[in-house]
Design a protein around this ligand. Structure first.
Ligand SMILES: [Zn+2]
Length: 173
């Protein structure tokens, strides 16, 4: 587990759910709050010491005025994700399922190597072909390196390419 990941704790506004899920996959402790008004969100960020990630420029400005560290993104796309990572001082990413957090509920996954513990809870074919599972003890979801993994690795390569690009000098927000 790299240092950076454990250091930064994040809070993501209700419009940016897919970013929150990816940040959790990357291992960041990411609170995702939907249906909460801006003031409350700001209070939460402030009191919990989390970096606020928002798509709302006014909220971003309020946060800055209040001294709450915040990052403004225009969308949930991979460019925005790379921008956030750069803002956190990340130079490259290595998506490691053993240090991921459950994309659904933000709980660090537990690595399970004993297949018997997940028998009956994953498809038979998966049980036969996979040796390591990542279980969320909070919400009960079980993950493994399966068909989706190709897409995740593609995301990793894309992020690393974006992170490698020299800073374009554009001032983001
Ligand atoms: Zn979970």
């Amino acid at each position: 587990m790299d240092h950076n990941r454990s250091k930064h704790r994040l809070i993501v506004d209700g419009m940016l759910g897919s970013l929150a899920r990816k940040l959790r996959l990357l291992g960041y402790d990411t609170l995702y709050v939907g249906g909460v008004d801006d003031r409350r969100l700001l209070e939460l960020a402030d009191s919990s010491g989390r970096i606020l990630i928002t798509g709302d420029v006014r909220l971003y400005e309020d946060a800055s005025r209040r001294g709450v560290k915040a990052l403004f993104v225009e969308s949930s796309d991979d460019l925005s994700l790379a921008y956030i990572l750069r803002g956190l001082g990340v130079k490259y990413v290595n998506i490691d399922p053993t240090t991921a957090r459950c994309p659904h509920c933000n709980t660090p996954v537990t690595v399970i190597k004993d297949k018997e513990l997940v028998r009956g809870r994953v498809p038979r074919k998966v049980l036969d072909s996979v040796d390591e599972f990542y279980v969320c003890l909070e919400c009960g979801r079980i993950y493994w390196v399966g068909r989706q993994w190709g897409n995740i690795k593609k995301l990793e390569r894309k992020l690393n390419a974006l992170l490698e690009e020299e800073d374009d000098g554009v001032v983001h927000a």
